[in-house]
Ligand binder design. Structure first.
Ligand SMILES: *Cc1c(COP(=O)(O)O)cnc(C)c1O
Length: 363
């Protein structure tokens, strides 16, 4: 590890955020969502830190297999199920649970020989992405309950489309459709993602499925994770690799996107879109430097960004820089760059070193 550009993951923050979920949804079991390499934090160390969760959810077979091979022994749910019957052998071999969201998958299980697999039947209550139509839910449940390749009892789930909008009628409508579709079935049910857990307690049901909040990030545009008593698990940091005086009227970076209004000190930080820092972060995007906030200026390059150091006359080459983390919410950077924190967290490239720490960093 020779470059200072790294993501420091605070395992104690992950545990704190999981305990926040327990506090907010005390009657629900927790299916902790660690798909996409645990939202870019590293699925194996995150799973180990979140051992107090009741189960883990991932998107792909490869993600599930990586967890099993690393010794993670929790129930693991494949949130998209499988497309080919041949993959059932891997599902059984690695003791995975399947989401079943379409008639083809039900037929696949009815025809499959072999040991029973635990299944979650997904009902489409309004996302209109994955899921069985609500009026097919009861019949689908009965078919799965009768299939030799399905472990009993079958569980039920659905997914919220608009739970981050605190007074959108879509969420109560989805809850009502889910309740209607599953009326009379003695199955365990799951509906809430992070936004549901936080803003719509009635959606918590038997199992909650937190993702983004486990990483200390708010699902709401108008609130940060810290305001929800969550702790940022990732700190993205780098260092100044040059400090220079740029004459008044000169421009900085590609395209001459920033013109210096006066002769001024400019810092160059060793991070760029080649590391996953968003190329669309505009002039003015905050960067933390030695306990102060300085604005990014000019275009984000592949390996570097430039910052205005007029308020930091003491800044020197080698000084540590925080791009996001406990002092600077990733939500702020995402909104400056016209995206969401989910995307920024997932998009760090393998050029960034990951360091795991138990407890916050001492200054
Ligand atoms: C990703 C995902 C979640 C978690 O969503 P967050 O908004 O990150 O809390 C929950 N359920 C399903 C099915 C998902 O795909």
């Amino acid at each position: 590890m020779t470059r200072a550009t790294r993501a420091v993951i605070d395992l104690s923050a992950l545990r704190h955020n999981l305990s926040r979920v327990r506090q907010l949804a005390p009657r629900s079991k927790i299916l902790a969502i660690i798909k996409a390499d645990a939202y870019g934090h590293g699925s194996v160390p995150v799973a180990q830190a979140l051992a107090a969760a009741d189960a883990f959810g991932v998107a792909t077979l490869d993600e599930a297999i990586a967890l099993r091979e690393a010794g993670v022994d929790h129930p693991i749910v494949l949130l998209e199920g499988i497309v080919r019957a041949a993959d059932l052998n891997l599902v059984r071999g690695y003791r995975l649970q399947l989401v079943v969201h379409c008639p083809e998958q039900i037929a696949m299980l009815e025809l499959a020989p072999g040991a029973p697999v635990p299944v979650w039947l997904k009902i489409d209550t309004g996302m209109n992405r994955l899921g069985i139509a609500p009026d097919q839910a009861q019949a689908s449940y009965q078919r799965l309950s009768a299939a030799a390749a399905v472990a009993q009892p079958v569980r039920l789930m659905s997914h919220l489309a608009c739970a981050d909008l605190r007074d959108d009628p879509a969420t109560p409508r989805q809850l009502q459709r889910f309740e209607q579709a599953s009326a009379g079935l003695a199955a365990e049910r799951s509906l809430a993602n992070s936004a549901g857990i936080l803003a719509w307690p009635a959606t918590q049901l038997d199992w909650v499925r937190p993702g983004i909040m486990l990483y200390g990030v708010s699902p709401f545009a108008e609130q940060t994770g810290a305001e929800l008593d969550l702790q940022a698990a990732m700190q993205l940091e780098s260092e100044l690799i040059a400090v220079k005086q740029v004459p008044a009227g000169e421009t900085v970076g590609y395209g001459g996107g920033y013109r210096c209004p006066e002769t001024m000190p400019v810092g160059v930080v060793a991070i760029g879109y080649g590391d996953g820092y968003p190329r669309h972060a505009p002039t003015g995007t905050p960067v933390r430097l030695g306990g102060q906030t300085v604005p990014l200026i000019g275009r984000v390059s592949m390996d570097m960004i430039t910052v205005d150091l007029r308020d930091c006359p003491g800044a020197r080459i080698g000084d540590r820089v925080q791009l996001w983390g406990p002092e600077l919410p990733v939500e702020t950077i995402a909104s400056a760059a016209g995206t969401i924190a989910y995307e920024l967290l997932c998009k760090l490239t393998n050029r960034v070193d990951f360091v795991y720490r138990d407890g916050p960093e001492r200054a």
